[in-house]
Design a binder for this molecule. Sequence first.
Ligand SMILES: Cc1ncc(COP(=O)(O)O)c(C=O)c1O
Length: 414
Amino acid sequence: MAVTARPKLDPRKLRADFPIFEQTVNGKPLSYLDSAVTAQKPRQVLDALRTFYETSYGNVHRGVYYLSERATEGYEGAREKVRGFINAPATREVVFTRGTTEGLNLVAYAWGLTNLGPGDLVLVTELEHHSNFVPWQYVAARTGAGFRMLRLTDGGELDLSGLDAIAGEGSVKVVATNLVSNSLGTVNPIERLSAWAHEHGAIMVVDAAQAAPHRAIDVQALGCDFLAFSAHKMCGPTSVGAVWGHGALLEAMEPFNLGGHMIRRVTFEKTTWGELPHKFEAGTAPIAEAVGLGAAIDYVEDVGLEAIEAHEHELLTYALERLSDLPGLVLYGPPPERRAGIISFNVEGIHPHDVAQVLDMEGVAIRAGHHCCQPLMDRLGVVATNRASFYLYTLPEEIDRLVDGLHRVRKILG
Ligand SMILES: Cc1ncc(COP(=O)(O)O)c(C=O)c1O
């Protein structure tokens, strides 16, 4: 019987693309296990940024001269790459933002302020990053809409059995959740939630900050209405990302930021708005950053999203196995089948910041804190956790270093 092999990547080979790994920390090799907060940058992206600034830089959509045309080509070419990357139906539906946070704020303000009111409900989840929680909480309060939170099971997964009770409490207009949780790595059932949201006349808003860098995204298959992500978590530059929305919804929405570039005609009496996507891109765009995002898309697509996902799954399985052997270690989150390469844990009796500091002495970088998920920390009954997260350049021996470091933590602080 023919067996289809899962695509593979070679992290050692890929690591050579990342100049940052050429250094040591405290005389030890750098084990960067914090890619969920931001990912390191390969030479291909750094070179694309440099080449763009050196050869093609100008403002976009402004001049009729050569450089402006080249810059516009680069910027609009990046938009088309984003469209392909998330399989959006139309390039005009892709809006460049400063990142996921701005994309989600854009939807909450520009859609929420005109479409929500008393009797309506906004549904988020206990698993949300503050970026997909606070804007909705705020806009719900501003419009008089109710704000509800879908609870988690003890295993760290969304408890879908709570949905119908929430629908009985009002008219659900928004369902907003992440595709992958930045704290627990939980992969959420977006297709099911989209179908449920649409049955109830709600829009489905997806925070893909932790998904886009690590797995193939298809907005049409997910069935969502909006999806946002950031470049810096997928090998791209900071301060750029994109939000995709259904053309009809974006057309009907008011603008989010006002000023240059987003207008059609300005008079003393009245201003009318430009076409999509420009209506949502006020001011000078993150031009080089968008080109860098395009280069990051080329890079991860060359490596292969399926291969990245498979690699991280292997690392996750190995790490969970090794960590569960450690005495006094509390692991949070679902089983590997429904989880991405993110592990939250606590060492009993030792504050996460102290754990992370001892690990840093060993050259192992992990995160300690609430991960911008305070409602989730409340649910777990902790103020903070440690978090290790993986990417395409993570090596299995870095997990061994993490485990050795945790033994040392126990020795020093336990
Ligand atoms: C799930 C999730 N959503 C949103 C964000 C916010 O992303 P950014 O800070 O790039 O806007 C993050 C960043 O950590 C995240 O992990």
